[in-house]
Design a protein around this ligand. Sequence first.
Ligand code: NOJ
Length: 768
Amino acid sequence: MKMKFIKPISFFVATLVVISCSQKIVQPRVAFAQKTTLESRVDSVMKLMTLEEKIGQLNQYNGFWEITGPSPKEGQAAKKYDDLKKGLVGSMLNVKGVKDVKALQKIAVEETRLGIPLLFGFDVIHGYKTISPIPLAEAASWDLVAIKKSAEIAAEEAAAVGLNWTFAPMVDVARDARWGRVMEGSGEDPYLGSLIAVARVQGFQGTDLKARNTILACAKHFAGYAFAESGRDYNTVDVGESTLQNIIFPPFKAAADAGVRTFMNSFNELNGIPATGNSYLQRQILKGDWGFDGFVVSDWGSINEMIAHGYAKDSKQAAEIAINAGSDMDMESSAYVEYLATLVKEGKVKEATIDDAARRILRVKFELGLFDNPYLYCDENYERETVGKAAFQEGVLDIAKKSIVLLKNEKELLPLKKSGQKIVVIGALANDKTSPLGSWRIAADDNSAVSLLEGLKKYEGNQITYVKGADVAVGRTEFVWETKINTTDKSGFAEAITAAKGADVVIMSLGEHGLQSGEGRSRTEIGLPGVQQELLEAVYMVNKNVVLVLNNGRPLTIPWAADNIPAIIEGWQLGTQSGNAIAQVLYGDYNPSGKLPMTFPRNVGQLPLYYNYKNTGRPVMNEPESVFWSHYIDEKNTPVYPFGYGLSYTKFEYSNLKLSSNTFNAESEIEVSVNVKNIGKYSGKEVVQLYIRDLIASVTRPVKELKGFEMIELQPNEEKEVVFKINKKTIEFFTANGKWESEDGDFKVFVGSSSADTLEKDFTYLNN
Ligand code: NOJ
């Protein structure tokens, strides 16, 4: 379905304008008990509420300015406004800016019977107005401190515009690059994904939710969303328990353990049951096994979507299924506010179920401090001073540089010489100030990113010429519109080829427009979109000194470039400071240190392709000895670039992998040490990675699993010993007994610079 902007109906706007003129801070109309414990404060509100008001807390409406899902029906604004006044709304999403937030909060606080404040949610995925790299790019930094800092910046800026809740982080482990939303997560690994989930939750929520610079985080999409069949968004998901427990759940569990206060369920069905109506996921695992006491919000309209799934006959039954399965808040289906009261009267939903959901939401509102000051986040002066401030720009530049991955560097083409060079820059993306913001940039202004061309021009010693070559996207490129790929227009090729001929170096910025990945943007071909591959080859024919800067939201299939182009940089969609970050890396002012968080396949037909695969009964890596092996007859099994891969301008040498012992038990541990030496000529950072393999187990285990990493910085000729510890926890997994435990047996440990470049040793574990 096409999505479009909807204009608020005029009386709604007029009302808001009148209300927002008043700056007076007003306390809730009913003086709720100031009891000491959180639970007794929640009780004090619950006691006052009618069933309808409790249900109102479970209702979330879109704010009508921007939409992030299929268009709601026209004419709903009046009904929503009415519901708001009656206390039948607990939260709103997509309301932007203090003025509008305050206006709506005033209605909730001053015009409803109880004056319970609203939650304001928004997709602050990688920044509000100041945009950080897309989450997949940030994951490539493997720098948890920088990732946390990026979430802190996003939280501070979002809170300054009146928001108190972000629908992030997305912690879906993703193995299929056709799925457009891989850009929004941390890639394919549950261990790295878990650590990043924690960093992001801590960054958004801080240590005090009442503080002015923190907001609620939301672990999403629970669960299995990234495992959509054939990588097509919203498609069916069918995965077994071992994959669920060992691969999909860990980052969610880590987020829950880190104290994330909200979860979002997902659009997909999981093994025949839509996640929104899935009580195994929401009641048994999340609220049961993991003891989560925050609340679960549905995804946009996902309660009503259970009708199309073939799981509910109408909206009323969908509401019944969803609430009973543990979905606490209804985002934009209106099913709860319409039907829950009747369902309670009919005995299909217990009042205790409504109470539990309402309590969860009120608890979080208390934790945010909204009952003490519903306008905590509503200060227009502070908003003005805070949004886009210089410290944010420095922060997002820092993480942008750290997110860049050097994929290839032959002939020492990089770093670029700072003077005397004729540099020709080719590619529409090089001159694009919107695309680097990615697809989740609902609040950022068009053209607010630093383009690569602008970044390069800050280095004045070289002569820079720009030629577009070809468009990447055609048609409209506003946030909600589909962006088409240019597959035909090659009219700019000739000019690009002529310009390239005389250059010392050609920098080609190619890849996906920011709106060609993200929600609803699955692709069946994941090479350079459209005519760009042809442009690359044509330019390379006349000048071999090509530096390819990839800008993309997912792994791309670039086997030809990997074989032919001498220097390749993975420059993702890096946000507001994109062009500065890439230029600083190209010129060597920052030595690239990123490592891929997702495998880059050779061919889309290999997908899903990931490093932690199972061996099969007929394993093969490269050329099989005969036909009867697990392989393709037209392509290798290996990727172009593996998980964990990334180069530096310097070189690191690994040696002397040692174990303190080759056996351990439940009470002991092994130290694994390795020496890493900088044998190149630049100082640089390296992410030293540790993997294990459990050789024989009650459920087959992957050929490699990341279990540790450390980032070190070395000067030329400097050598460091890096020490990891392996203990019982390291080898635990969800066994055939249906629980997380360790099993006796033989293991391999691997340490190296990527999942495919490691030293290895053996060890044995015995529980006793
Ligand atoms: C749908 C997306 O799946 C979800 O991630 C997002 O938070 C909501 N829309 C709200 O925009």
